[in-house]
Design a protein around this ligand. Structure first.
Ligand code: GN1
Ligand code: MG
Length: 354
């Protein structure tokens, strides 16, 4: 980051932080994490001569168009978790000094604060099956603690988030309109995308059959959303509750497979390989917490869930590429195309065949 930009950021962040915390000295804000949607900063300040840290996050309100609903859902879920025998820390937001959970700055941005969990790491790109097991267990325990929560009372913070039929319609529309003229150079990827369609049809049928129980789903169970203790290497907390919504656990298991099993990241321009030892660890960790309450249909379709979510992610990246990079943050001009190819290649490694 450029020096002047950093100065501007710090000034602005001091003001935003002062909405949430009473401090004498503000030491600065450092961007952390690699989210594709929100912007997260670690802030350091001093209260009564003691150094303190917290997280400030700007919620992307183009993606989450009703930020209040996101906070309402999160608080509801956190309250429920804290009333359960739930063995992990709960990633609950901190109220601002006025008691509200969101602060809107002069530019219209929405900010919220979270505790900073010291000595922790997020296991993105980690090749250790023990970590995959622990993370899947944490996501499983999260689902378990919420299994009696009435899913339908939660708001859809992003309407149609896993409505793949609808996402397919949007894709077809972009193909028709070709808004930024990228179709001609993307023929191979478009063809590969059509080859995934049978998986989408299968999941759509399963949803329509009414055989999949409606559950509280996390909906972003990626490797970076479980925090681990740096010393014990045990899971500490499931974070990022913005997309906790009514849904199916097939997508939660699927997103774990999508993000833990590849040997390279989704941003990588080479083709990923699926690590079978990691997949086995995920199944074990997830099922140790969920085996007794998942239905037969859910258990039989976990790998369909993985094929679905990898395909859906390819669809989302490819649609965004063809639409002109309007949804995801990008770090290079072809970032969305690279990500789409990566997910399409991962789909080809999936053991689930239709
Ligand atoms: C986004 O920003 P991040 O990394 O938490 C996206 C997920 C995608 C993921 C792909 C609200 O999550 O659905 O799976 O990128 N979140 C939203 O990396 O769209
Ligand atoms: Mg997220």
């Amino acid at each position: 980051m450029h020096f002047a930009e950093k100065q501007g950021l710090t000034g602005n962040m001091t003001h935003i932080a002062s909405q949430f915390f009473l401090f004498k000295h503000f030491h600065g804000a450092t961007p952390i994490g690699n989210g594709n949607i929100n912007d997260t900063y670690r802030i350091d300040f001093e209260v009564d001569d003691q150094p303190k840290s917290a997280l400030l996050q700007r919620l992307n309100h183009r993606v989450f168009q009703q930020p209040e609903l996101v906070m309402e859902n999160t608080l509801r879920v956190c309250r429920h978790l804290s009333a359960q025998d739930y063995p992990y820390q709960i990633a609950a937001p901190l109220p601002a000094l006025d008691g509200r959970y969101l602060y809107q700055d002069v530019e219209g941005n929405y900010w919220r604060a979270f505790p900073f969990i010291e000595n922790s790491f997020a296991p993105e790109g980690i090749t250790d099956p023990a970590i995959a097991y622990e993370a899947a267990r944490a996501y499983g325990a999260f689902a378990r603690a919420l299994r009696d929560f009435p899913a339908q009372v939660l708001a859809e913070t992003i309407p149609g988030f896993h409505d793949t039929d609808r996402r397919w319609e949007v894709f077809l529309k972009v193909l028709e309109e070709n808004p930024v003229g990228r179709i001609a150079e993307s023929q191979l990827e478009i063809e590969a995308m059509f080859a995934v369609k049978p998986v989408f049809d299968q999941i759509s049928q399963l949803k329509k059959s009414g055989e999949l129980p409606l559950r509280v789903a996390h909906n972003d169970t990626k490797a970076g959303n479980v925090l681990f203790d740096q010393n014990t290497r045990k899971a500490l907390a499931v974070i990022d509750l913005d997309t906790v919504m009514p849904g199916t656990l097939l997508s939660d298991f699927g997103d774990m497979v999508r993000t833990f099993t590849p040997d390279i990241s989704e941003d990588s321009a080479t083709n990923p390989r699926l690590r079978v030892d990691i997949l086995d660890a995920l199944k074990q960790g997830f099922l140790i917490e969920t085996d007794d309450f998942l239905s037969k249909i859910e258990k039989e379709n976990l790998m369909l869930g993985a094929a679905w979510i990898v395909g859906e992610q390819a669809l989302r990246f490819l649609t965004d590429w063809l639409a002109g990079d309007v949804y995801y943050k990008i770090n290079s001009p072809t970032h969305n195309m690279v990500r789409a190819r990566n997910q399409l290649a991962l789909r080809l490694c999936m053991m689930y065949d239709v």
